[in-house]
Design a protein. Structure first.
Length: 320
């Protein structure tokens, strides 16, 4: 009895019980990659099963072997090894053109989850150095780079100590995530401990190095939030870095940015704060109006007021 397979974004094709998904798609004129000729050896035919996974035959021994090595998620199947036993199957070909082939095949050393992306709940940590421009203007380029490296090493040590992963650096700041290999509660605690360690280490660095040698001190702004984000890899060839995307990332960046206006070096969302087993003392809470969020966002201030803060805190802490 013929069934149908819906190839997402392409067409619905008829398939009978003796045909593999690959045979059915080729018969229907879909240019389905099958580099090994359907022997279950190359993985170029693989599809993401969007619906009807239960209607597919169990993975063959070839498929199990290859999935073991490549660590494909359960909803990725080899079209040349999969038969359909009922209606309602919808799949998406993962390799549709030469560019896809380049991305998926030439990056076969990477984790498939990383290449395909996955949704994860992570703790998001943003930090930025304050008052760096005046330092740049009054010091030699060598000193600027040297001090920048010292401070970034200080950030990196703390982040690594607490199991964070640096995702990106930009200008005089960076952003890291926690929870790739731990629960969200542990991840949030780790992000907060990182921030507190950096504040303590920076105080020592200012007192023992910056003040005596440069007559200058640095301060930082830290923002922490938690949320569901997409973890994946958009690097092609040049950079294969992990990328983390999603609205919670924008919120965490916004929390970091508002440390200046709130005149507090460490701002954490109340959602993240409530996940902490031993939350640090919060001097106060505040409400922010964030773009794209209908209700004001509750945040906790767990850092210190800035010593060099030239700007007075806003009279109304609701920011637009
Ligand atoms: S065509 Fe090679 S594994 Fe399916």
């Amino acid at each position: 009895m013929p069934y149908h397979v819906h190839f997402n974004g392409e067409k619905v094709v008829p398939i009978d019980e003796k045909q593999t998904i690959l045979q059915a798609s080729l018969a229907a004129g879909i240019p389905h990659y099958h580099a090994c000729g359907g022997k279950g050896e190359c993985t170029t035919c693989r599809v993401l099963v969007l619906q009807g996974q239960e209607q597919l035959t169990p993975p063959t021994s070839y498929e199990r072997a290859i999935k073991n090595v490549k660590k494909f998620p359960d909803n990725v199947r080899l079209a040349c090894q999969s038969f359909v036993q009922g209606e309602g199957v919808e799949v998406r070909r993962l390799i549709r053109d030469e560019t896809d082939r380049y991305i998926f095949i030439d990056s076969n050393e990477e984790s498939t989850k990383t290449v395909m992306g996955e949704r994860r709940k992570l703790a998001l940590f943003f930090i930025d150095i304050r008052s760096f421009t005046p330092f740049i203007e009054s010091n030699l380029p060598f000193d600027v780079i040297h001090i920048m490296r010292r401070i970034f090493a200080l950030f990196q040590n703390a982040i690594t100590q607490y199991g964070g992963e640096i995702i990106d650096t930009a200008g005089d700041g960076l952003y890291a995530v926690y929870g790739l290999n731990s629960s969200i509660k542990k991840a949030t605690e780790a992000a907060v401990l990182t921030g507190l360690k950096i504040l303590a280490d920076l105080r020592i660095f200012n007192n023992t190095y910056m003040r005596p040698y440069f007559n200058h001190t640095f301060e930082v702004g830290i923002g922490v939030h938690v949320g569901k984000v997409i973890v994946g890899n958009v690097g092609i060839g040049l950079s294969n870095n992990l990328t983390v995307m999603g609205f919670p990332v924008n919120i965490a960046a916004r929390l970091q940015a508002c440390t200046k206006e709130l005149n507090n070096s460490f701002v954490i969302s109340a959602i993240a704060y409530r996940l902490l087993r031993n939350p640090p003392y919060a001097v106060s809470c505040s409400y922010l109006n964030l773009k794209g969020v209908s209700n004001a966002y509750e945040v906790m201030l767990i850092g210190k007021p800035y010593e060099n803060n030239a700007e007075k805190p806003l009279p109304d802490t609701r920011l637009s």
